[in-house]
Design a binder for this molecule. Structure first.
Ligand code: M6R
Length: 616
């Protein structure tokens, strides 16, 4: 998704902005640009491709600007090209605008502006925004931005500069996030997330919807609905170092290896009495922001989980956990569909959103609809202070740390663990889970990090298997029960970072159609742990082998028979009951990673993808 960085202060603004844009690269983009103010004039440079291409252009400037706004663009209106890249200027060339989001009524506004003589160079909605701001500008930039944003339908985070105000940046937000930072030396920054700001200050304020901010060195003025209000800065607790690769070749790999630590931290944060568990001392949880008291929990009629992508897959696993533990119906919905389908929900329904970023527009829309219908909303979120976290009645933070790799890994397993805790908590409150069972389950949670450590120790073996199949054009992932969402997730990981066409299916569903695809060129990755459905999975494996397919299994560590039936075996310790889904995610993640590396793909910045999808 597009990224915005702005800086006004004593340093070289080009250097600050370019380094900030590099920190936002993980969000995904296809072009970049910068507007630099200097001596009552402004230069705008743009480049298709990486920030490095833009940096080569800025290397030729002969002055040191102290105010600049920059942008990485993820194409929504108009193909990736220099002309469509941001910043865009108004017709006088005095005002430059960077924008994240979509101005949905841009064609109406464009027609109006054309009638009054405006000209447009690009196909973008952002140029319409710039031209409108220029049209409304009568010497007061804040006022012009306020008036223009009142006319916008849709979503936006904006950064605006004007040569009449050479040290000022104006920011505006409705939808996509926008953070501002105030450094001790008076410098002010604006960015799509806190990462570009952190090297300069940890004092950050996230704009709320419909807020506008005017930044000048030593001065920050915040406006809500046109009225000036006090800006409240908060201290960001994670460090700039967390955003580094820490010796790993890719962020994705680093994040895969962070999972044991993340799970240990999550358990330590959420389980209040981990050190003294016993059947007479059942688990209690640190759920300070839990939105339902015990009485309300007992009255719940059902649960709806809303999410997208990987978080949706975690939601499917969470559904199984909650249903099994609480005996209450749970459905899992794409927020994108849920919010427009007029779903049947009422105040007795708990709507749980799951999101790493807490900014996914599709999920946010579902949360807003649920609130409108009187449902209680609970968010399971990684990014502290994000929009979904703020707008929900309650929040459980995963504290998985910054996830930069576009392919979500540690957030996935943390989401499963958080949903697991939630299932135990509700089960205890509703009396469907005995104290002894709750103790056993929490013991499993406390142990799962060690099992993940063991699974990571198989990385070399996973790599060897991956290299055997790296040239396959397709892959099928199969699982049953909780293995089905894992199959979906395994396929998603593979396709998003290695561009191999992959599908995940319930293993039983294979015979209803996908079996037609099986031949000797089709690797089939099957989750085949010992357990209730083991015999059925073995039958599905035999169906694949009978048609010449090549089978890789993720198998139980003590399964001595399976090797004869398949081509490759990756073993995991699977003695953690319902927590096994976390352990089994590891080989799927590593498999996708190794194939992507072997195919020379840009693992952390896969084509066409964005980390945080703030548009519908
Ligand atoms: O930030 P969110 O968890 O709400 O993001 C949801 C999806 O966009 C995300 O999981 C996406 O599918 C990832 N690229 C998966 O690796």
């Amino acid at each position: 998704m597009c990224g915005i960085v702005g800086y006004t202060g004593k340093l070289n603004a080009v250097e600050v902005v370019l380094s900030g844009l590099r920190k936002l690269e993980y969000r995904g983009y296809d072009s970049a640009g910068i507007a630099m103010l200097h001596d009552c004039s402004m230069d705008v440079l743009r480049a298709v491709g990486r920030v490095d291409a833009l940096a080569r252009k800025t290397a030729n400037i002969s002055y040191v600007p102290h105010n600049a706004i920059g942008h990485t663009r993820w194409a929504s209106h108009g193909r990736p090209s220099e002309i469509n890249a941001h910043p865009h200027c108004d017709n006088t060339g005095q005002i430059a605008v960077v924008h994240n989001g979509i101005v949905e009524n841009y064609s109406t506004l464009r027609s109006e502006l054309l009638q009054s003589g405006a000209k447009f160079l690009s196909e973008t909605d952002t140029e319409v925004a710039a031209v409108l701001i220029g049209h409304l500008y009568k010497g007061n930039l804040v006022e012009a931005v306020i008036q223009a944003t009142q006319r916008f339908e849709g979503t936006f985070a904006l950064g605006v500069v004007c040569i009449d105000h050479p040290d000022m940046i104006v920011g505006a937000r409705r939808g996509p996030p926008l953070a501002v930072g105030a450094a001790d030396d008076g410098a002010m920054m604006l960015a799509s997330d806190a990462l570009p700001i952190l090297p300069y200050t940890r004092n950050v304020c996230y704009l709320e919807d419909n807020q506008i901010v005017a930044l000048q060195p030593g001065k920050m003025e915040l406006y809500a609905n046109g009225v000036q209000i006090e800006a409240r800065l908060q201290k960001i607790c994670w460090t700039a170092e967390e955003s580094e690769r820490g010796g790993y070749r890719h962020y994705m790999l680093k994040e895969i290896y962070e999972q044991p630590a993340v799970l240990r931290r999550l358990a330590a944060n959420l389980v209040a009495n981990a050190g003294s568990l016993s059947p007479v001392s059942p688990p209690t949880f640190n759920l300070d922001n839990f939105p339902l008291n015990n009485d309300a929990l007992r009255k719940l009629s059902r649960v709806v989980i809303v999410a997208q992508g990987t978080a949706f897959h975690a939601g499917l696993i969470g559904r199984n956990m909650i249903e099994r533990t609480v005996r209450i119906p749970v459905s899992v919905e794409y927020g994108s569909d849920f919010q427009y389908r007029d779903p049947v929900i009422d105040p007795s329904v708990l709507v749980i959103s799951v999101s790493q970023s807490g900014e996914t527009a599709d999920t946010l829309g579902a949360v807003r609809l649920a609130k409108e219908r009187g449902c209680t909303t609970l968010a399971i979120i990684n990014t502290v202070g994000s929009t979904i976290a703020r707008e929900s009645h309650g929040v459980i933070y995963m504290h998985a740390g910054l996830e930069i790799g576009v392919a979500s890994t540690k957030a996935f397993t943390a989401q499963i663990a958080a949903l697991y805790v939630l299932a135990i908590h509700i089960g205890l409150q509703r009396g469907t889970l005995s104290d002894a069972d709750a103790v056993r389950r929490v013991a499993d949670l406390l142990q799962v990090a060690s099992r993940v450590d063991e699974a990571l120790a198989c990385a070399e073996q996973v790599k060897a298997v991956a290299l055997k199949y790296k040239d396959s054009a397709n892959a099928l992932f199969l699982g049953r029960g909780t293995g089905f969402p894992l199959a979906l997730e395994g396929a998603l990981k593979l396709k998003e970072i290695s561009y191999v066409h992959a599908e995940g299916y319930d293993a039983a569903e294979m015979k209803h159609g996908p079996i037609a695809l099986i031949d000797e060129r089709m690797p089939v990755i099957v989750l085949a742990l010992k357990g209730r459905r083991y015999d059925k999975i073995i039958s599905n494996i035999q169906e694949v082998k009978a048609r010449g397919g090549r089978v890789i299994v993720i198998a139980s560590h003590d399964d001595t028979e399976i090797a004869d039936k398949v081509d490759d075996v990756i073993r995991v310790h699977d003695d953690r009951g319902i927590m096994n889904s976390i352990v089994c995610a590891i080989p799927f993640q590593l498999f996708a990673y190794e194939i992507a590396v072997a195919r020379n793909c840009d693992v952390d910045k896969p084509r066409n993808l964005a980390k945080s999808l703030t548009i519908e």
